[in-house]
Design a protein around this ligand. Structure first.
Ligand SMILES: *Cc1c(COP(=O)(O)O)cnc(C)c1O
Length: 347
């Protein structure tokens, strides 16, 4: 990150382009009294006949208060998946550039690298599921534009050590993307509060997990003004629909519900983890900072099939690096977790 210059990392075509300017961009001062015949919408009110706010100002204002970061440092997308794809498209030249991921980790980095025709360099986590910092830094070159750090990591459920993350941000010459999809369940602090220290840092979050809104698809990206302006320029103008904006705003304003549910899920995580220690087929329960447990069993494929037959769907992660015979259990309701424990006991 020495002598950081965003211009050196961005693709040339992205630097050159200007954003599409939508009707809603050009005239924003929407007072109900005005006549809107600028966007070829249907004039009859269905509650949804107007295009949504392309800048999602109300949602961002609420996030801004909550996370104590200016609106200009927030970008929203159709799930984190869209946000991550925008980051690829801004920085990675197809067939030329590369990104680094640390398996076992979230599968979308690999999918997005493939769809963007960008090389994926895999640098496995250590046996204790931490980033191998020296190996990562030795593999970087002028084409390794992005480094994905998923913390807490899916599927290993642990957070990466803050010191290791900081070393990577400070010494990686490309952009470091910290995926904080599970941060609300973690004892670690979010890196959003440190965005302004690091011009090469992007943090992503989502309403899909702690907020209980996977169905609306809302992903969030925090970064410098400079990075956010570039992503804004290339995002589809109406990428976050009105129904999503309304539901997101409502959830953000209802922190009591969200905090209460997070608390319950964490309590259930502790309970489930304890109950699992008393089950014979369970070999290891990895410490979790997320809303799921990675659990090593005697024979993952067999137990996975047996659970399905009992009506319980878990995630079989046994084909992932360092995850031999591991199943991933999302923390359910107290009743669902009891049923999982009873089912495992009966095997
Ligand atoms: C679930 C998950 C997400 C969420 O993606 P959305 O597109 O926002 O639903 C992002 N990153 C990781 C690591 C996840 O496990």
């Amino acid at each position: 990150m020495k002598n950081f210059d965003l211009g050196n990392l961005l693709r040339e075509n992205i630097k050159r382009m200007t954003a599409y300017s939508s009707a809603r961009d050009e005239f924003k001062d929407a007072s109900a009294e005005m006549i809107f015949i600028d966007a070829n919408e249907n004039p009859f009110d269905t509650g949804l006949n107007r295009y949504p706010d392309p800048q999602q100002s109300k949602v961002k204002q609420e996030l801004s208060k909550l996370k104590e970061i200016p609106v200009s440092q927030i970008l929203l997308g159709n799930g984190s998946d869209e946000v991550l794809d925008l980051i690829f498209r801004a920085f990675c030249e197809p067939k030329e550039d590369a990104v680094i991921a640390l398996p076992p980790t979230y599968g979308m980095y690999k999918v997005l690298a493939a769809t963007n025709d960008v090389e994926l360099i895999n640098i496995p986590l250590t046996a204790s599921f931490q980033p191998n910092t020296s190996e990562i830094l030795s593999k970087q070159n002028p084409n390794t534009k992005l480094l994905f750090l998923c913390s807490p990591n899916n599927p290993t459920s642990n957070s990466f050590e803050a010191k290791k993350i900081e070393t990577l941000i400070q010494n990686f010459d490309g952009i470091v993307v910290i995926d904080e999809a599970y941060i609300d369940f973690s004892k670690e602090e979010s890196w959003v509060r440190r965005i302004n220290e690091f011009p090469n840092l992007i943090v992503t979050q989502t309403l899909s997990k702690a907020y209980g809104l996977a169905g609306i698809r809302l992903g969030i990206c925090y970064a410098s003004d400079e990075i956010i302006s570039v992503l804004n320029k290339i995002k589809p103008p109406y990428n976050v629909n009105q129904l999503t904006q309304d539901a997101a705003l409502k959830a953000l304003l209802d922190q009591d519900r969200v905090k209460g549910e997070i608390q319950l899920i964490i309590e259930e995580r502790v309970k489930l983890s304890k109950a699992l220690t008393e089950i014979g087929i369970v070999k290891k329960i990895h410490p979790s900072d997320a809303n799921f447990l990675l659990v090593e069993v005697d024979d993952a494929n067999k137990r996975y099939d047996q659970l399905i037959r009992m009506g319980i769907v878990v995630r079989n992660r046994s084909n992932q690096l360092l995850c031999d015979n591991c199943l991933r259990f999302t923390i359910g309701t107290a009743k669902e977790n009891r049923e999982l424990v009873n089912a495992l006991k009966s095997l």
